[in-house]
Design a protein around this ligand. Sequence first.
Ligand code: JFZ
Length: 479
Amino acid sequence: MRKLSFICIMILLMMQSLFAQEVLVGNERMKWWREARFGMFIHWGCYSQWGGTYNGNKIGGGGEWIMNRGKIPVAEYMDAAKKFNPVNFNANAWVKMAKDAGMKYIIITAKHHDGFALFKSKVSTWNIVDATPFGRDVLKELAVACKNNDIKLGFYYSQAQDWVNPGGAVKRKLAKEGWANPDSARIDAYTKEHNGHWDSLQTSKSMADYIDSVAVPQVKELLSNYGDIAVLWWDTPTDMTKIFAEKLHNILMLQPQIITNDRLKGPDFPGDTKTPEQSIPGLNEIDGKDWETCMTMNETWGFKSYDNNWKSPAVLLRNLIDIASKGGNYLLNVGPDACGEFPTESVNSLKIIGEWMKVNNEAIYATKASLLKPLEWGKCTRKDVGENTTLYFSVFNWPSTGKLSVYGITNNVASASLLNGNISVKTEKRKINGMDCLDIYVPDKAPDNMVSVIKVQFNGLLVPKESPENGKIKSGSID
Ligand code: JFZ
């Protein structure tokens, strides 16, 4: 009996250490990603040349969905690629814009739902080298430029939906756009009959054929021919089966350090990161898993010539800080045009964010969620340095009273300064109704016009008296 329990304990201990090793490997793999906090998403393909317009009609939805939304026949869509010639494409210029904005990685659509590969592929001629006059492997050039600039490169790959390579999945629900007389009964009947497809070429093979002859070999090409790949960003699991997902997932072994997201199939393939889209989770939604919010600068991922609903640089910057304050990453999208250039508004926003980052990036990189309750005047990120905590207060609404108050911190302050200009500021601790309050005295005028950061170094590790979960810390507020 004693022998048996000894064996049981040994087995348990072994399992525990195996598990610990696994977690350690995961943490090691995620390290750069967790420190990066800011990346660039690029949606680019032959859909970019349509710019959101088909036969003179403005087509709804993202520019990259035009083939589906417009029900463009496969042959017609492929024919148009013979004019796709983005002669102004310059990998170094793109990478430099990302780097100058303070971004640490780039994820580009290696293949979106229209099946068009931005790389030379041996298994489908529907790729930028074989199907366009441009004839250059864009991913090759980007891989070199990223390597030279110390930027990580990741690939978005639409593993299931493929509207051109036969057998690829097509989202079932049909949208009204592209129909001469949109009538929901007719659309429903058509959807039922055609299962979402609009061209017989799409159904000329089975999805299993497509997975084996296109998706699997292309992912192998992507993970073999472009050096170290940081991220494989799957998208839309339409009609994925467990077998399809396993085949694709297994290829990731080619790049043991690779990070993947949660869009391969569903909950049984969670990947490493959650992918909230176009939204920033609330504090109560953060569950300890790594997450990355992807977001457009206007309202489309792929280029649309007439989408002018641009978020301001200040909104984009505040999103980045909000996300960092909750422990996530910001994957901010650019949709280059048919010439291979970023829209002017995107270039401008990236530049402005980059200027801010030059001064204030230590409030972003390698920071963690602050654990403080929401502040009324800004956001807070945190770094634990050895045995001490540093907090970075990003002030969105500069106080007219010359003072910012933060509640619930008992630690003494070692130093406090504005990041911009490294100017020391005075702080004072007091009790208000039995609650610890830290007052930070700031100049009348904010040093930055969008967001100013105050860095406060504390003695000891900061443990808020009450955690945000039990909701007892009073919000920081301007007194
Ligand atoms: C997908 C794509 O269809 C789209 O074109 C773009 O690439 C985007 C980043 O990802 O769109 C989605 C995917 C998932 C959700 C919404 C849109 N979702 O889970 O709500």
